[in-house]
Design a protein around this ligand. Structure first.
Ligand SMILES: [Zn+2]
Length: 256
């Protein structure tokens, strides 16, 4: 079994209504989520999972939202903290194509970007309400993945020894999660299928979703395949600091 390490890098934070991340729960409650870049380290390479939002200024201009990113949370700075040379990164996985997951692809000019075909289709022609979160070209925007060297997937696919992406629709039609073999078992980097620990602890879908029924099927699939789950946006990940590493740090353990 391949032995990978997983890093989570805090690259900013976003204010949201609580019900945006936990469907129909606590509407009207201000909440803050983390924006994270994950890095897998093993077998002599680094694989990046998602690239966070582009910049506070870009999101203010395009989405009229006020996100936060301190100088220490700049993606290039955070990658340097764990010894990642972005120019040497050959593989980047996009869990999905929402703007807060594809904004810094330009940092990785030599990488191929793994994305589900279903996601690419939907990102280009989304339901109208969801067009802004995709920076859809239909609205005249240039999404962060455009111009990246895309590796288009149709379902589950191993991308390295011990690293497999699985198609988990629900949050979006082409969401994918990443299964990573470590010395402590199989970890799932869940993307926005599981934004918070609370979503898997209580079985609550993301408030932004394409299909709740698909989401429950995907949740069961993750539970069948992983030993631990790491959520995409939970500030609880960073209680000990802005860089987290697994095995070691807390992750949700699947009971069997
Ligand atoms: Zn999302």
């Amino acid at each position: 079994m391949a032995r990978w390490k997983i890093y989570a890098l805090l690259t900013g934070t976003s204010p949201v209504d609580k019900s945006v991340v936990t469907y129909l729960q606590e509407p009207g409650t201000p909440f803050r989520v983390a924006n994270v870049i994950f890095v897998l380290e093993g077998a002599g390479e680094h694989i990046v999972v998602d690239t966070s939002f582009e910049s506070v200024e870009a999101i203010r201009r395009i989405n009229k939202r006020e996100l936060e990113r301190t100088p220490a949370q700049e993606p290039a700075h955070q990658l340097a903290q764990i010894g990642v040379d972005p120019l040497k990164v050959r593989k980047v996985v996009h869990t999905h194509l929402h703007y807060d997951h594809v904004g810094n692809n330009r940092l990785f000019p030599n990488a191929r970007f793994y994305v589900q075909r279903e996601e690419l289709r939907f990102a280009f022609a989304p339901n109208p309400l969801l067009a802004p979160i995709y920076h859809s070209p239909l609205l005249g925007h240039t999404p962060g993945y455009l111009g990246s060297s895309l590796e288009i997937l149709d379902g589950d696919m191993p991308i390295a020894a011990g690293v497999t992406v699985i198609h988990v629709p629900g949050h979006t039609p082409g969401s994918q999660a990443v299964l990573v073999e470590t010395e402590a078992g199989v970890y799932c980097i869940a993307g926005d299928t599981i934004p918070l620990f609370e979503n898997i602890e209580k079985g609550i879908p993301h408030g932004v979703h394409d299909s709740v029924s698909d989401w429950y099927r995907s949740l069961n699939r993750i539970k069948a395949l992983a030993d631990y789950v790491i959520p995409s946006h939970d500030m609880r990940l960073f209680e000990q600091g802005p860089i987290v590493v697994w095995p070691g740090a807390y992750a949700y353990r699947i009971e069997r």
